[in-house]
Design a protein around this ligand. Structure first.
Ligand code: LMR
Length: 394
């Protein structure tokens, strides 16, 4: 039977990890998968995470099953982190999931349970796994224009036009901040315009919030999501703790379903717990407990926020240094967008041939669509990348 399986193309982002490891060249530079790395190329465990784990180890007395939808302390803490004072527990269903990807998958399953004719509008481009999951599920995907290849900013008029075609029962997938793969984000005024379109069409927003705290700050990065939540009666939010808590392998994520009344919340909560049971039963406990321990302890929370700010500030400095280096080399400001973009990623706008050339000649690995992981850089590698970009003719 298994011999009937068709070969699967490897995920393009994850395949880069293996390719990079197999490259024997000294001085190779990994700008592929979206993992934070410090100046030495190491992905550290955050201080507050280590401390929370220590406390857990000291205090844990059982490994029996915990909540099917996650622990209330985690759900509540995540709801507050994302929505701030706008959290309405009586109408918000919450689910602990297997990472942010699990939250996306469960959100799509939930939406399809509610509407078997579901269509999902996604930005062009979006995280490739969004589309891959929808294709695998057989959910029709409609793309909306998003990235302006010329300015490397958001093609907002085109976006507005395209998402206006969504109807009640459709889902519009939005990146809450730090757009992956482009790094180009909506302003708060633009979020307000998106909210008006959603109000008019009745389509349901699904906000992928995988990088809260990596762009302009924890509160700032949630501002678009909060604005949508304040105006739209039903909102799905898929959040990841992989990046902002640096707990990638613990697979910690959360799905929030904002409903317009308590009865619908109960329906959504029941359906969400059911989805966990059908997919993997109980969600991972460890990472969620780490997150809840940090968010619910003033000292740990302050230390976590301080370290997250260091990480964010470091990435911003790298952006500025790269943009400056390129300005000097190119003699123009045409790479200024690198300092304007936010989050881990920027789409450089290089052709596949130019991306291949940077890999072959300079040992620089980036995703084929020319997405760079800014956190993969350091002061020593910035000039190398800048030279490669110019020599490749970008
Ligand atoms: C990325 O886009 O590189 C990250 O979200 C990691 C992943 O799972 O693809």
């Amino acid at each position: 039977m298994l011999g009937n399986l068709k070969p699967q193309a490897p995920d393009k982002i994850l395949a880069l990890i293996g390719e990079f490891r197999a490259d024997p060249r000294q001085g190779k530079i990994d700008l592929g998968v979206g993992v934070y790395k410090d100046a030495t190329g190491h992905t550290p465990i955050m201080r507050a995470v280590l401390e929370a784990e220590k406390r857990m180890l000291e205090n844990e007395t059982t490994k029996t099953y915990a909540g099917l939808a996650g622990e209330p302390e985690f759900q509540r803490a995540m709801g507050e982190l994302i929505l701030g004072a706008g959290l309405k527990p009586e109408t918000t269903a919450a689910l602990a999931t297997v990472g942010g990807t699990g939250a996306i998958r469960q959100a799509l399953e939930l939406a399809r349970m509610a509407n078997p004719e579901l269509r999902v509008f996604v930005s062009d481009p979006t995280w490739p796994n969004h589309v891959s999951i929808m294709n695998f599920m057989g959910v029709p995907v409609v793309t909306y224009r998003y990235f302006d290849a010329e300015t490397r900013g958001v093609a907002f008029d085109a976006m507005k036009q395209d998402i206006s075609a969504a109807k009640k029962g459709d889902v519009v997938l939005l990146h809450g901040c730090c757009h992956n793969p482009t790094g180009a984000n909506l302003t708060l005024d633009q979020w307000a315009e998106v909210a008006s379109i959603l109000e008019k069409t009745g389509a349901t927003p699904l906000i992928d919030l995988a990088y809260q705290g990596f762009g302009d700050g924890l509160e700032e990065d949630a501002a678009g999501t909060r604005l949508i939540a304040s105006r739209i009666p039903e909102v799905l939010i898929a959040a990841s703790c992989s990046k902002n808590f640096g707990i990638y392998r613990e697979r910690t994520g959360c799905l929030l379903a904002l409903c317009d009344n308590p009865a619908t919340k109960e329906l959504a909560q029941g359906a969400m717990a059911f989805l966990n049971r059908q997919t993997y039963s109980f969600p991972p406990f460890h990472g969620a407990k780490v997150v809840a321990t940090i968010l619910n302890d003033a000292g740990l929370r302050a230390d976590w926020q301080a370290e997250l700010e260091e990480v964010r500030g470091g990435m911003l400095r790298l952006r500025e240094q790269l943009a400056t280096e390129l300005r000097d080399l190119a003699g123009s400001d045409r790479f200024g967008f690198l300092a304007e973009h936010r989050g881990m990623f920027s789409r450089l706008g290089a052709s596949p041939e130019q991306v291949a050339r940077m890999k072959e000649e300079f040992g620089i690995y980036m995703v084929g669509d020319s997405r760079l992981n800014i956190a993969g850089l350091n002061e020593a590698t910035i000039p190398v990348l800048a030279r490669a970009i110019i020599e490749a003719g970008v």
